[in-house]
Design a protein around this ligand. Structure first.
Ligand code: KG4
Ligand code: ZN
Length: 344
């Protein structure tokens, strides 16, 4: 069975052809709009929509270069959550293709796709993982999800304001590091030599000890702004200050994410922790999660996708379409964008 996945929920135009059940990824093309949006320090939805429209046929051509497209069995497309004008580009493209090829469409939830990116690896599905606590951390979302099986998800907590990736992006803008902020902050923080940690900016760990599974990151960004403004201009532009602030903001976000995830893991007696989303590509987050699990709880499995499957891609859409193939429809008219689609 060959599945064609389409993902356009934000600023990456992605198409993948994935073969199941072996989950051989035949192609996984991502056309990033980062350079275009970098000028504005964030994503402009209508500019992104225009780029998707332009790029989708080109990306499809590349993704299907070595296959007979009429042999596709199923099309999976992201329907939400995401930026509505961008979602519609992918959906309409999927509908046209489905009609032309006379194939069904599986409408795919973007959050589930970030989780199921972990299941691209056949071995993963053989393991005794459930119940699992999933942490999805991206530019648009920070959610904790209790997963009782593939297809059985329950949202138990989420950010009350900004997402973790959004916080990285906004802080990077304050510090003049460009867009996307997460990778820039990670690289800058990694260059800090511990002995030169002199200015010691100190940030809060919002909601860390509250007995719930929610997050809040907008105050963290404001705390960075206040600290930045309080420094003399010469200091705030210095390499030393920027490196120390990158180190501190990254650690503040990591501390809260790990603490809350571990709390949920204990409360729900989970057998595994599953990460997904762009922020899960962060090396320190991955390293510190693994370290904490080693020292804290025995026999807990820890899953995180290879970095290219953490950020937006269409292989994760194809694998999700496979696991949710019961939802396939040929009534293409009913496939619609749902910008605020939630895991219930
Ligand atoms: O999942 P994703 O590609 O798109 C959304 O669904 O939002 O996530 C993008 C987010 C951006 O905010 C970006 O700054 C962040 O993921 N990100 C990172 C890293 N790589 C991407 N954040 C921290 N460290 C990274 N290495
Ligand atoms: Zn995403």
């Amino acid at each position: 069975m060959k599945i064609l996945g389409i993902e356009t929920s934000c600023d990456d135009t992605c198409i993948s052809v994935t073969k199941v059940k072996s989950f051989e990824i035949i192609s996984n093309i991502v056309s990033s709009q980062v350079k275009l949006h970098a000028k504005y320090g964030g994503v402009w939805p209508f500019l992104a929509k225009r780029e998707h429209q332009k790029d989708l046929p080109i990306v499809l051509k590349k993704a299907t270069k070595n296959i007979d497209i009429s042999k596709i069995d199923l099309i999976g497309v992201t329907i939400g959550p995401g930026l509505e004008p961008c979602l519609w580009q992918g959906i309409n493209f999927a509908k046209d293709l489905a009609e032309k090829l006379n194939k069904p469409i599986v409408p795919v939830n973007h959050i589930k796709a970030h989780i199921l990116a972990n299941f691209l690896d056949y071995q993963t599905r053989q393991r005794n993982l459930f119940p699992a606590i999933c942490l999805v951390v991206s530019g648009g979302h920070t959610q904790l999800i209790l997963m009782r099986d593939i297809g059985k998800y329950r949202l138990i907590g989420e950010t009350r304001d900004d997402a973790a990736g959004e916080c990285f992006d906004k802080v990077a803008r304050i510090l003049g590091l460009g867009y996307p902020g997460g990778p820039a902050i990670a690289v800058t923080a990694a260059n800090l030599k511990p002995k030169t940690y002199n200015l010691k900016p100190k940030l809060p760990r919002p909601m860390i000890y509250q007995k719930n599974y929610d997050f809040s990151f907008s105050g963290l960004k404001t705390a960075v702004l206040y600290d930045f403004r309080a420094r003399p201009p010469k200091i705030r532009k210095s390499k030393e200050y920027i490196q120390e602030m990158c180190f501190e903001i990254q650690q503040a976000i990591i501390d809260v994410l790990i603490h809350k995830t571990l709390r949920a893991t204990k409360d729900f007696k989970a057998k595994s922790i599953i990460l997904g989303g762009g922020v899960a590509a962060n090396d320190e987050l991955r390293r510190q999660f693994a370290l904490n699990l080693k020292s804290e709880i025995l026999n807990l499995k820890f899953l995180v996708p290879p970095k290219i499957f953490c950020t937006d891609n269409a292989a994760m859409v194809a694998v999700t379409a496979y696991f949710h193939k019961k939802e396939a429809t040929k009534n293409w008219q009913i496939v619609k964008a749902e910008a605020n689609l939630r895991i219930s």
